[in-house]
Design a protein around this ligand. Structure first.
Ligand SMILES: Cc1cc2nc3c(=O)[nH]c(=O)nc-3n(C[C@H](O)[C@H](O)[C@H](O)COP(=O)(O)OP(=O)(O)OC[C@H]3O[C@@H](n4cnc5c(N)ncnc54)[C@H](O)[C@@H]3O)c2cc1C
Length: 285
């Protein structure tokens, strides 16, 4: 799959390009349309500290470029890209450097949430760094059974949360498996976050949930700039444009880089139609 030109072509739908110059170009385009962005330099689960440091340095360059080009943008990172599988201490030092860099440039670092084996460690690091610098937030996955407790703790600390459904394969004792349970929990958690007023990010392309958010905000008289919707690059452009036209804040998650494979596999897994499309074309080719 990784060497298939067709898979690469299909992956290009979800990835801005191989280099940050491609990401920057996409970011500029989005900003012109009134859409903020968060950049994701692809690459996760690094196996050496040298790679982790290279990720950190590349992200520091991204923060500098965002500032130089006055983009409405911030960055999203994964802890396994910053060395978490090798040394929690080294990972923390790398992340701290980036969060400090974000503070110096008036920007923000979002720490994506990976599989549940990292949840506790991620929350611990975010909590510490937030207390020290403020310019960091994280992600909570609605499919995890523990998420309500985590959201309550994060809200108490005033930490900004991006709420998403969750993209990893998890055992049933840890995560809800049925779509209806995940969706129900998403709406429940979303309402807690919106009411808490800690500038949450509602990250979904699910129209029913987006409508629920709009109705909740209107019924409570909450300001439209007290939260943002977030979506992934290449998914539901129609819905993205509509939200912006309606006056809602929207931020797009813009991945760039050569390590597209795991990201692409998660996008395939979310949507059986993508797999069918790919399989049909691979067989044809
Ligand atoms: C900004 C952002 C950041 C995220 N960060 C994280 C993270 O840190 N950790 C994590 O575990 N997950 C993350 N995710 C992924 C998330 O967990 C879901 O897997 C993903 O958003 C799909 O779920 P959905 O809410 O769109 O709902 P779904 O019910 O999966 O989809 C709703 C509709 O959206 C469209 N759609 C959704 N996915 C696709 C796709 N791949 N291809 C084409 N159409 C699609 C379809 O029209 C579908 O009917 C993030 C998502 C977003 C938007």
């Amino acid at each position: 799959m990784e060497t298939s030109p067709l898979a690469r072509r299909l992956a290009a739908r979800f990835v801005a390009g191989d280099t940050f110059a491609d990401g920057l170009e996409a970011g500029r385009r989005m900003n012109r349309e009134g859409i903020a962005v968060t950049f994701d330099r692809l690459g996760e689960s690094v196996t050496s500290l040298a790679e982790a440091e290279a990720s950190r340095d590349e992200y520091l360059r991204v923060l500098q470029e965002i500032s130089d080009h006055h983009l409405n943008a911030n960055v999203s990172i994964k802890l396994t890209q910053f060395g978490m599988d090798i040394s929690e201490q080294a990972c923390r030092a790398n992340v701290e450097q980036l969060v400090r860099g974000a503070k110096e440039r008036n920007s923000f670092v979002r720490i994506d949430m990976e599989s549940s084996e990292y949840t506790e460690r991620t929350l611990r690091m975010v909590s510490d760094l937030h207390a020290q610098y403020g310019t960091v937030g994280t992600v909570i996955q609605a499919y995890l059974r523990r998420s309500e407790k985590d959201i309550e703790a994060l809200c108490r600390q005033g930490i900004g949360v991006r709420l998403c459904k969750g993209a990893y394969l998890e055992p049933a004792d840890v995560a809800f498996h049925s779509k209806s349970e995940v969706d129900r929990n998403f709406v429940h958690l979303m309402r807690i976050l919106l009411a808490a007023g800690t500038y949450p990010a509602i990250a979904t392309h699910d129209e029913k949930i987006i409508l629920d958010a709009k109705n909740f905000v209107a019924a409570r008289n909450l300001a439209r700039d007290s939260f943002e919707f977030q979506m992934l690059y290449g998914i539901r452009r129609d819905l993205q444009r509509r939200l912006v036209a309606e006056g809602y804040r929207l931020r797009l998650y813009v991945p760039f880089g050569k390590a597209w494979y795991p990201y692409f596999m998660r996008r395939l897994a979310e949507r059986p139609a993508n797999v069918v499309f790919l399989a049909r074309n691979l067989l044809r080719g």
